[in-house]
Design a protein around this ligand. Structure first.
Ligand code: GUN
Length: 297
């Protein structure tokens, strides 16, 4: 193996430590406690796990956590009513509606009902537009986590060739915007891209966010490139067991890359840490206080 491992778990613990320090200072100096409301509709097992750990980590850094679990058949009016209540609640600085929503609910409509200043996911069209135009936005948590790790590893990313595989609103598109903002030359690749191998071989930075287990083999990676693996895919591990793997074939990629994030323990832990960081940022903006350095871009 040639690649150094980008330890997202350690990185996330450090970021949560910084967040906890800022939370303590906000309480001591201003009597303000940041609050995060998480809304879960239905009983999707993976979403329940995510929402549980979000609540736990919110409390661990000293913030208030408000979790709203609604039945799978909750109607649109009820959900919009809850969002309105949270928009108007001064103790709530961040609102996150866990996706995916049940099929009968229009997620665009629901997301755009959130006050953009409280949209700690950065999914509201106002935040998407602010990010795209290089203005101060709430930045989506997973791409923010990827960028903080890339910056820590490289310092300046200016002029680097970056290839983002996957064009989702949650990861691929905002990731590309952030890399453009860092002056990378950005290529967005996706399921219809011709000769994906040749496109990926150009990249100094590869961000894989497609949700297909080990689809990027090591021989697509330029020697020395940095590989950020956003995929979390459950695969059969034999003997009735399963395990998590990324979108990149770790073993073959680590043999040629300069640096790589593992799965698990790479991007995943950074996502919740960035959610907590975004909640502190939103809280400071809401109270007209200076924003802590290093929590966002
Ligand atoms: N589901 C998967 N990823 C995310 C995320 O980043 N935010 C929300 N709200 N739901 C998700």
């Amino acid at each position: 193996m040639t690649a150094s491992i980008i330890d997202g778990k350690a990185f996330a613990a450090e970021l949560r430590g910084k967040v906890a320090g800022h939370v303590a200072r906000l309480a001591a100096d201003h009597g303000v406690v940041p609050g995060l409301a998480v809304v879960l509709v239905g009983e999707d097992p993976a979403s329940q796990v995510y929402v549980g750990s979000k609540g736990k980590m919110t409390v661990e850094v000293g913030m208030r956590s408000f979790t709203h679990r609604l039945a799978a058949d909750t109607d649109e009016a009820r959900l919009l009513g809850l969002i309105q209540t949270l928009n108007n609640d001064p103790e709530v600085h961040g609102i996150l509606v866990q996706l995916p929503l049940p099929a009968h609910l229009d997620s665009d409509l629901v997301i755009n009902a959130i006050d953009p200043a409280k949209d700690v996911d950065g999914f509201h069209i106002s935040n998407v537009g602010l990010l795209a135009t290089g203005q101060k936005a709430m930045v989506p948590c997973t791409p923010l986590g990827c960028l903080l790790m890339l910056r820590a590893h490289h310092g300046s990313l200016s002029g680097m060739e970056a290839v983002v595989i996957g064009r989702s609103n949650i990861v691929g598109k905002p990731m590309a915007q952030l890399l453009l903002g860092e002056s990378c030359t950005v290529t967005m690749a996706h399921s219809r891209t011709r000769d994906l191998a040749a496109v990926v071989r150009r990249a100094d930075i590869v961000v894989a966010a497609v949700g297909r287990a080990r689809m990027v083999p090591g021989d697509w990676i330029k020697p020395g490139a940095t590989v950020i693996d956003v995929g979390i895919n459950r695969v059969d591990a034999g003997e009735g067991k399963t395990r998590l793997v990324g979108d990149v074939d770790f073993d073959s990629a680590a043999a040629v890359a300069g640096a790589i994030t593992p799965v698990p323990g790479g991007v995943g832990p950074m996502t919740i840490a960035c959610l907590l960081a975004n909640t502190v940022t939103a809280c400071c903006r809401a109270h007209g206080l200076p924003e802590p350095e290093g929590l966002t871009v």
